[in-house]
Design a protein around this ligand. Structure first.
Ligand code: ADP
Length: 169
């Protein structure tokens, strides 16, 4: 089949597509879970065309929350933030797709829901910074670290969705 130019082209397309594949860590925080926003939030990532490769419901320990937010440990709200994250169930997920790290942040919106655009998750579903319903990794390094913190490698599933050829063209 590789003798046919179309097949070679398709293979190159697939390789290019594979090279741009990224994974990001997304968590629905305790407020989002308590407010019944799990399916609403998941559906926004799913409808966009991103692929869910890991998911679990966990109540993180305070130590786990402190590790997750270690970059913010000097901030005055750090302790309250870690208490909050460990106060109840969190839906921890890994989403995969081209550009998912950066675009995931766009879907989420600004940290302060008052500054989030309508159409974003925080813009549409949240009012206050202390109840901004969702976390998403802010870059490739953070994404790797956060996925490693929340998931064991065997908890991530690798699969091809039949929709991918329609999503990526
Ligand atoms: P993001 O979640 O958008 O990546 P940050 O990493 O700056 O934002 O902050 C992490 C989380 O800490 C925010 O989502 C929010 O829950 C909380 N937070 C940030 N800034 C404040 C603040 N000024 N007061 C209270 N909580 C804050």
């Amino acid at each position: 089949a590789l003798a046919f130019p179309a097949a070679v082209y398709m293979l190159q397309e697939q390789e290019a597509h594979a090279a741009q594949m990224e994974q990001t860590f997304i968590a629905i925080k305790p407020d989002g879970v308590q407010r019944g926003l799990i399916s609403e939030i998941i559906s926004r990532f799913e409808r966009k065309g991103f692929k869910l490769v890991a998911i679990k419901v966990v109540v993180p320990s305070k130590e786990h929350a402190q590790k997750h937010y270690h970059d913010l440990k000097e901030r005055p709200f750090f302790n309250g933030l870690c208490d909050f994250l460990s106060s109840g169930p969190v839906v921890a997920m890994v989403w995969e797709g081209e550009g998912v790290i950066k675009y995931g942040r766009k879907l989420i919106g600004a940290t302060d829901p008052q500054k989030s655009e309508p159409g974003t998750i925080r813009g549409d579903l949240a009012v206050a910074i202390g109840g901004n319903v969702i976390h998403g990794s802010d870059g490739p390094e953070t994404a790797k670290d956060e996925i490693n913190l929340w998931f064991k490698p065997e908890e991530l599933v690798s699969y091809t969705s039949n929709a991918e050829k329609w999503i990526y063209g």
